[in-house]
Design a binder for this molecule. Structure first.
Ligand code: AMP
Ligand code: ZN
Ligand code: FE
Ligand code: FE
Length: 274
């Protein structure tokens, strides 16, 4: 049975609305999905409502992906089964979205100073989580770059000319927010962390409940085996998903259903109850 526990909607930097994601999962035979927008919970209710209307309902897990930083690395943490009405989590995420907007406007200022012609009104940050992919999209649409990968590489990635660091939570703060909202905390895509020793250090230091083993960035059987063994060693539940954004020329799968995760591999996360 196919499942997918990591994807993004228009509430953050995904192309499709929560409803469209649910309908596409249904068409592709994905029976359990988690909506995991960056720093934003507002897609969860629409996704659950859309799922309830399907001829055969699919299960929607209440997720979020929180951006944190430690050891000069970007550490993403997926919260799953969260109570999306939790006020502490809601207000912290709102603050993070505000800080993201300030940061993105600074990046736009840099780009304009470099001679790029971008219309910041097109970023339309109302109520969605704004991020570098939105800038990439504008620059690709304006013809400056072939695709968003090239744009990140030349301008937007950490250390590149238009990069501005973003104030972030620590992993410990994010995990405590997730636990406070009744959910479980999963270390997302450990393969994207540059220093290969950092995932284990984090697991030792922080109170993670799970780790994302099956993710497109773990692109060899050896890497998957490595994360699987680490999860086993520290008694972590294993999770997996496509990180689908629906953006062509990005580093994630271009369609739902291409990155296959099996129910059996992630069932502890799916069936977890407080
Ligand atoms: P931000 O939230 O503004 O820091 O942007 C992070 C998002 O940008 C990630 O979740 C990815 O979707 C995307 N991203 C980050 N680094 C890259 C990269 N090198 N190439 C393409 N997309 C990236
Ligand atoms: Zn994203
Ligand atoms: Fe991520
Ligand atoms: Fe993601």
């Amino acid at each position: 049975m196919l499942v997918d526990l990591h994807m993004h909607s228009t509430c953050s930097d995904g192309r499709y609305t929560p409803e469209q994601l649910v309908n596409t999962c249904y068409e592709k035979g994905i029976k359990v999905m988690a909506l995991t927008d960056h720093d934003n919970l507002s897609g969860i209710t629409p996704a659950m409502e859309a799922a309830a209307l399907l001829p055969e309902p699919i299960k929607v897990l209440r997720g979020v992906e929180i951006s944190t930083e430690k050891y000069h690395e970007s550490i993403h943490i997926v919260g799953m089964h969260i109570d999306f009405d939790n006020l502490r989590l809601q207000s912290k995420l709102r603050e993070m979205r505000r800080r993201r907007k300030t940061r993105i406007l600074k990046m736009v200022e840099k780009l304009v100073a470099m001679g790029y012609d971008i219309d910041i009104d097109l970023l339309n940050p109302t109520n969605r989580t704004i991020g570098r992919p939105h800038i990439a999209k504008l620059l690709v649409a304006a013809g400056y770059f072939e695709d968003s990968l090239e744009c990140f590489d030349k301008l937007l990635k950490r250390g590149a000319p238009a990069y501005v660091p973003q104030p972030k939570l620590s992993p410990e703060e994010a995990i405590s927010l997730i636990h406070g909202a009744g959910g479980i905390a999963i270390l997302a895509h450990p393969s994207e962390i540059n220093d290969e020793n950092v995932p284990e250090t984090l697991i030792k230091e922080c109170n993670f409940d799970g780790m994302e083993v099956w993710h497109p960035s773990a692109n060899s059987p050896e890497l998957i085996q490595k994360w699987l063994e680490l999860a086993k060693q520290y008694n972590l539940m294993t999770s997996g998903g496509s990180d689908f954004h629906g953006i062509k020329g990005s580093r994630y799968p271009e369609e739902l259903g291409l990155w296959k995760v099996q129910y059996e591999d992630v069932q502890d996360v799916i069936n977890w109850k407080l």
